[in-house]
Write a protein that binds this ligand. Sequence first.
Ligand code: DAH
Length: 339
Amino acid sequence: MINKIKALSAEIESIIANNADEIETIRIKYLSKKGEISQLMADFRNVAAEEKKIVGQLLNELKDKAQTKINSLKEQHAQTDNIEEGIDLTRTSYPDEIGTRHPLSIVKNEIIDIFSRLGFSIAEGPEVEDDWHVFGALNFADDHPARDMQDTFFIQSNPDILLRTHTSSVQARVMEKTQPPIRIICPGRVYRNEAISYRAHCFFHQVEALYVDKNVSFADLKQALLYFAKEMFGADTKIRLRPSYFPFTEPSAEMDISCNICGGKGCPFCKNTGWVEILGCGMVDPNVLESCGIDSKIYSGYALGMGVERITNLKYRVKDLRMFSENDKRFLEQFKKAK
Ligand code: DAH
C-alpha cells in the first residue's frame, strides 16, 4: 500500500496538461469516486492496524497533493486560455473610448446619399489648384471683380497656383475629361483668406453638384433642389429661388429653405424672414461648357454648390463655426447618436 501511494505521488508530481479537458481527465483519473485515490481510500480498511496511522496520513497527503496539483493546473490554464480567446489580461480595466464621426462628415455623407439616390456619383479634385480650374475655366475674366469676392490664398512663388476657393474647380476638371452625360457630386475642403471668427474660417467644406446632358433645364434643377431640401430638412420644407449672379452660371439663383427652426414663422435665426439661404445654383454658362470642350449647342447643364458647415449649423444649431475644427471632445461626443 505504502509503495503504491509513493508511486502515485510521484506520478501526480510529474503531470502536465495542455488544456481544461486534459485537466478534467486527470481529476477524474485520481479524484473522482472511482478514481485511483478513492480506490486506495476504500482499500484502507484492509490495512493492518499498526500501519493504519502512517498509511492514513500518507493517503491524506496524497489526496491533498492531487487536489493542489489540479488547482494549480487550472490556474495556469485559465490565463493561457483567456489569451487564446482574445482576452488580454494585461489590458487596462478602463473602458475603451469609441470615437465619434465628425458632424461635418455626418452631414456630408447625408448630402452624398441624397444625391446618389438621384444618380450622382462622387468626383474629387486637388485642394492645391491652378488658376484655370478655379477661375479661368469657370468664366472669371482676368480682371473680373468676382475674383475679389473670394479672398484667395495664392502660393507666393507662383501666383498661378492657389488653394481652391470652391469645389466648382472639380466640375471644370471633370468636364475637361468627360463628355456628357455627366452627373457628379464633388465634396471637399476649400480655403479663403478670412479672419477667423464665430461665423467665418479660413477653410471650410463644400459640396458641388453638376449635371450636364441634352435638354437639361432649369425645371430639372428646381426639382432636384426641392427633392434635396425635403430629404435633408423634412417633408414640410419649402424652397424659394432668388435671382443671383455667379460667373459660371446663367441664369443664377440662390436657394432659401423655409426656416426649419421656427417653421417659417420668423425667429432670430432667420432674422424674422422665415427663410434661410442654403446654396447657390444655376444653369451652367455656355462659356464654361465651351472652355471645357463640351458643345454648348448640344448640351446644357445645371450646377449647385453648398457649404457643409452651413447645412450642419441648420441641422444641429452649432453657433460657432470654430467648434468644427477645435476637436473639443465635449462638442464631438454630442454627435454620438447621430448617424
Ligand atoms: N462656387 C460657389 C461658391 O463657392 C457656389 C456655387 C454657386 C456653386 C452656384 C455652383 C453654383 O455650382 O451654380 O460660392
